[in-house]
Design a protein around this ligand. Structure first.
Ligand code: ATP
Length: 306
């Protein structure tokens, strides 16, 4: 059924997606809905199955099993009309070719019914000064910006960004985030994979963590890992040099309680507990916790099967 007519239908609907390579599951039963207008960050370690999932959704890879609907159609049968509604920034950088930045974009713009203005797109990826330079002569990061420009030239409803800012300098990454926010503002649905947790935190409405081909967590970015994973950690060393680490919702109370009269924690010469730190776990800490736990469970499963 074509779901494009129903505004509440998700942009992406995945049920029981599986993709095997040589009998081994790279994607092992994923269920996920991504709403229209949502920015969703797919996170996971190398080889987890992120690119394979995205490539199935883009129509580049045939799935082994499961149901997938992207903008209301099965990507395995998406025609030119469907393709023109989708923007793709693949993980690998484009072939340099012999064209200039402007020529390449103007060429691709012609494939779309309602493309963006070429010069506006060049400006939005910060390549004005290189518009007339051949792509072969650009740096790696600048070529990556051309990839991003090509992904958005067709004014896509849905944009796939597979590790889009790899090779970007910090300033270019910030500019790219501004661009993604502007696209989101226009209503573009965005599926992003990234190894930069700050990027996911900056851009994502929700995130999914995929480990060993399975989605181990899907949640709004601010709730990933659950409330427990966000409980602050207080660390200090006592006067014997022994390290202490306590997770507590009331870190100020705990710090105030670290008095020599109570537990001897204060180094006498400073009057302060040594190495005192109060840490609120970052998204990276939470992510590493999730990936570590999922990896350990997978190992247990394998051992149980052996
Ligand atoms: P990365 O973060 O490194 O990009 P990823 O999460 O995108 O990793 P995938 O590229 O989807 O991971 O790979 C998932 C698994 O599938 C890996 O074990 C990989 O070796 C395997 N794989 C990917 N492409 C192929 C292929 N064409 N043929 C065989 N195996 C493949």
């Amino acid at each position: 059924m074509d779901q494009t007519a129903t505004p509440e239908a998700p942009a992406i609907r995945i049920r029981g997606l599986r993709k095997d390579y040589g009998g081994i599951a790279a994607v092992d039963g994923i269920d996920l809905d991504i709403a229209r207008g949502e920015t969703f960050a797919l996170l996971g370690p190398n080889g987890a199955g992120k690119s394979t999932t995205i490539e199935v959704l883009e129509g580049y890879r045939l799935r082994t099993a499961g149901e997938v609907s992207v903008l209301g159609l099965d990507p395995a049968h998406g025609g030119l009309d469907w393709k023109s509604r989708i923007g793709i920034v693949l993980q690998s950088a484009s072939e340099p070719g012999r064209y200039t930045v402007r020529e390449q974009l103007a060429h691709f713009a012609r494939f779309y019914p309602n493309p963006r203005d070429v010069d506006e797109v060049i400006a939005s990826v910060g390549l004005e000064a290189k518009a007339r330079t051949r792509i072969a002569k650009l740096s790696g990061g600048q070529r990556r910006r051309v990839d991003v420009a090509l992904g958005i030239i067709g004014r896509p409803e849905l944009l796939f960004l597979d590790e889009p800012t790899t090779g970007f300098d910090p300033e270019a990454r910030r500019e790219f985030w501004t661009l993604v926010r502007a696209l989101k503002q226009e209503g573009t649905t965005i599926l992003l994979t990234t190894h930069y947790l700050d990027e996911a935190a900056q851009l994502g409405d929700r995130a999914g963590v995929i480990v060993g081909g399975r989605l181990v967590e899907v949640a709004p970015i601010g709730e990933l890992g659950g409330a427990e994973a966000r409980v602050p950690i207080v660390r200090w060393r006592d006067q014997d040099g022994v390290r202490h680490e306590v997770r507590t919702e009331r870190p100020a109370e705990l710090v105030a309680s670290l008095r020599p009269a109570q537990d001897g924690a204060v180094a006498p010469e400073h009057g302060e507990p040594e190495g005192l730190e109060v840490i609120r776990p970052s998204l990276e800490d939470i992510y590493l916790g999730l990936v570590g736990t999922a990896g350990a469970v997978a190992l247990d499963d394998e051992e149980a099967l052996a």
